[in-house]
Design a protein around this ligand. Structure first.
Ligand code: PLP
Length: 398
């Protein structure tokens, strides 16, 4: 008999599975479920992008690409970052195309940290940073971001967390799950702390195209002295509704990108060729698609924030991404209890806030990348649920 527990990598064995999928998986077994649990655009990829991919297949372009991605795609990515965020990167040395933003995060962390290093992870935030840091032998140090600070990372909280072992700061804005955005003035304060250190930044900018209230996304790499200490991660999943194509990229200083490319070469070889053809079209001709989808998300964002506030739940107004993060403290239930009960009793799936770090306890993450009909029905059921739990007196009528 094999003793797998003694055989398996201890860290891999130890890290918990993602709390996002758990409720999604229970929901998949139930009938009549309204799920607001997944962070995935409900739009299909725009047709002109799909057409280019189909055309590339018809022409038989089905082989490997260069390790770091097609040169033409690297060039488009760098043009795009220059055009949109005022950052100039050299497509020959500063870019690598990856399997989703996910692989870019993995590569950046594995390339930058040594065993024993500390990686600062502002939370609540996306689930992958701390597990990947731990798998690389580093220690993930959470930094709590608070509702009172609109879930932004503050310079004070950052300064308090820095030690001699700090190697990397994750900067996850626009934020999943809170929807918080760091504006230029907030980033300046973070940059002031970092400029005198040897700490690198991993800026996860996957939601950079999804900001609202006319707030432009600002990349920390565009601030004075920050480009040389930042690896930017982005991708096509969220901006262009291309989750299944699995395509992303990293931009950064040549010495870092070249080692990331080496790791990528051994682990992945190259990102999917068909997806790379599609991505070139998205970057060249996808601006209007982004605007259309963003306007639609914005409309849903207003609807859902108003809905939760009408139900009496404190709901921070998100300025980016496509999630709301209402507080359920007033219900007296834990986040897990709330989500489990809501799913069993009303067949509505949302994600407990503590899936994004312990400090997410007392909140739930609700994705509004769903139709308004879907959102309205979920709000109606949540209203009924709160009423039956004697938390509010009135149900919502629409
Ligand atoms: N970063 C954040 C903050 C995310 O929310 C996600 C996906 O939900 C990713 C990265 C990974 O996206 P992908 O690998 O599809 O590019």
């Amino acid at each position: 008999m094999m003793n797998y527990d003694s055989l398996l990598n201890k860290t891999a064995l130890d890290i918990p599975p993602s709390g996002i999928r758990r409720f999604f998986d229970i929901a998949a077994e139930m009938d009549d479920v309204i799920s607001l649990s997944v962070g995935e655009p409900d739009f299909p990829t725009p047709w002109h992008v799909r057409d280019v991919a189909i055309d590339s297949l018809q022409k038989g372009r089905t082989g490997y690409s260069p390790n770091k991605g097609f040169t033409a795609l690297c060039r488009e990515i760098c043009n795009y970052y220059s055009r949109r965020f005022g950052l100039d990167y050299d497509f020959r040395t500063n870019a690598v195309v990856t399997v989703g933003g996910s692989e870019a995060i993995d590569l950046a962390i594995r390339t930058l940290v040594n065993p024993g290093d500390e990686v600062l992870v502002p939370q609540p935030s996306f689930v992958c940073y701390a597990p990947i840091a731990r798998l690389a032998g580093a220690k993930a140090i959470p930094i709590v971001t608070r509702r009172e600070d609109e879930f932004r990372l503050t310079a004070q909280a950052l300064s308090r967390s820095i030690t001699k072992r700090t190697k990397l700061l994750i900067l996850p804005y626009p934020n999943n799950p809170t929807g918080a955005v760091m504006r230029r003035e907030h980033l300046e304060k973070i940059a002031d702390v970092l400029r005198d250190t040897n700490i690198m930044v991993l800026a996860d900018e996957i939601y950079s195209e999804l900001t609202y209230n006319n707030i432009p996304h600002v990349s920390i790499a565009s601030l004075d002295g920050m480009k040389e200490r930042t690896v930017v991660v982005n991708g096509f999943s969220k901006s262009y509704a291309m989750t299944g194509w699995r395509l992303g990229y990293a931009l950064g200083p040549e010495p870092v990108i070249s080692i990331m490319t080496k790791v990528h070469q051994y682990a992945i070889m190259c990102a999917p060729t068909t997806s790379q053809h599609a991505a070139m079209e998205a970057l060249r001709a996808g601006d209007d698609d982004i605007v259309k989808m963003r306007d639609e998300y914005d409309m849903r964002r207003r609807l859902i924030v108003r809905g939760f506030r009408e139900l009496g739940l404190d709901c921070f107004e998100p300025e980016g991404a496509f999630y709301v993060f209402p507080s359920i403290l007033s219900t007296g239930m834990s986040s897990e209890e709330f989500c489990e009960k809501l799913l069993r009793e009303k067949h509505v799936a949302v994600v407990p806030g503590n899936a994004f770090g312990e400090c997410g306890e007392g909140f739930i993450r609700v994705s509004y990348a769903y139709s308004t009909a879907h959102i309205n029905e979920a709000l109606r059921r949540i209203g009924q649920f709160l009423k039956e739990e004697n938390i509010i007196n009135e149900t919502r009528n629409d």
